[in-house]
Design a protein around this ligand. Structure first.
Ligand SMILES: Cc1ncc(COP(=O)(O)O)c(C=O)c1O
Length: 366
């Protein structure tokens, strides 16, 4: 038997299933449905299947290509495009996505024309700018915006939403959620709309959700990172009862030697275009792993063993082995953060190993 190739990301579907089910139940306890966001796993059909089997009925992704993968795999869920479609993607968006997030009239007009051509009504969620300064219509412009959208026969406004904690690091506070609720209620009453989705944010909404006494009109959140990595995203605190280790990177030692800790010779830029500097720690047991910055956001890796990542170039990860034995051929495991996860799942150079753990030690609350 040959061992699976490295570098590889190992995906414990039992833990993803557990986390998804917990999130569906937790948010459902106050009437909030969650969309399962698949961009963190590059639209993996295997992961999406687990999300759907654990109560998620809507899958959402920023990339059409990922939604196409899910549709082709026959995912039994509504598919939502989480990013406003590029004009060049309008045709495919109408073909593939049941719903898309939108902020631009030009795009919505194009979606409407295309939907009519395809004999469909394409549903849209209007994103509102609430301070994080990524996507969104300014609240003051919303009424005017809706007035222009309503006559378009190929689209239907099915919801409004906002995004937080992504660009500006703005928190989805109770005040912000009440503002969004009020915006939703006003739009509904002014235009006789019935909004199926009032989607208030993402994994960063966890603390708001736990603390709020009244979720108002917010009936939806879009959750990725909490399901995959078991944390909220304002301070990256672990969520009690969730697994934080469903994903593991495994890379292989391809060189293991005692070498100086300081480069020797005249120095100039390194591969990243930086002038690196190093502390002299004398001779050091060093290893090279066959993975690099082309495959993974290296700053998002945390070794599971007592070793230190010294740096990387595109295909080499340079390790201070300390007292750990790292012979050539040894497989070394790493925890991953969300940036590392995104890059690993999207990399064609990293193999994916899906498995169900035979025995799950449930994390103890608190
Ligand atoms: C609009 C939108 N909502 C939700 C998410 C999911 O965020 P998280 O993984 O923090 O739950 C993303 C991620 O890119 C997004 O772009």
């Amino acid at each position: 038997l040959t061992s699976p190739s490295t570098p590889r990301i190992e995906i414990d579907l039992s833990k993803v299933a557990h986390n998804a089910e917990k999130m569906v139940r937790l948010y459902g306890s106050k009437g909030i449905h969650i969309m399962g966001v698949t961009k963190g796993v590059a639209g993996s059909a295997e992961v999406a299947d687990i999300l759907v089997k654990n109560g998620i009925t809507t899958l959402a992704d920023t990339k059409l290509k990922n939604l196409k993968t899910l549709k082709t795999a026959g995912a039994k869920a509504e598919l939502v495009l989480l990013r406003t479609p590029a004009l060049g993607d309008v045709e495919e968006t109408v073909e593939i996505a049941d719903i898309s997030m939108n902020t631009e009239l030009t795009v919505i007009e194009a979606l409407s024309r295309e939907a009519l051509l395809q004999g469909k009504v394409h549903r849209i969620i209007l994103m509102i700018e609430m301070g994080d300064l990524r996507e969104g219509v300014m609240p003051a412009d919303l009424e005017n915006f809706i007035e222009k959208v309503l006559p378009l026969k190929g689209v239907k406004i099915t919801g409004i939403g906002a995004n937080f904690a992504c660009f500006g690091g703005v928190k989805p506070s109770d005040v912000k959620m009440r503002e969004l609720s009020a915006i939703a209620e006003k739009a509904e009453s002014m235009f006789s709309l019935s909004l199926a989705y009032v989607t208030g944010g993402n994994s960063g909404n966890y603390h708001w959700f736990k603390e709020t006494k009244n979720t108002g009109r917010i009936n939806n959140l879009r959750v990725g990172e909490s399901i995959y990595l078991g944390c909220e995203t304002l301070d990256r605190e672990e969520i009690p009862g969730l697994y934080t280790d469903a994903f593991t990177l495994v890379a292989e030692v391809i060189e293991s030697k005692v070498k100086p800790s300081l480069p020797f010779g005249e120095t100039a830029q390194n591969a990243a275009g930086e002038y690196p500097s190093f502390a002299d720690q004398g001779m050091m047991r060093r290893a090279i792993l066959a993975v690099g910055s082309q495959d993974v956001v290296v700053s998002g890796l945390k070794p599971k063993e007592n070793i230190e990542i010294l740096g990387s170039s595109s295909d080499h990860l340079i390790i201070n082995a300390k007292d750990t034995d790292l012979p050539v051929g040894k497989e070394v495991a790493f925890h991953v953060n969300y940036s590392a996860l995104l890059s690993l799942m999207a990399s064609a150079y990293v193999s994916k190993k899906y498995y169900f753990s035979n025995f799950i030690q449930l994390p103890q609350p608190g």
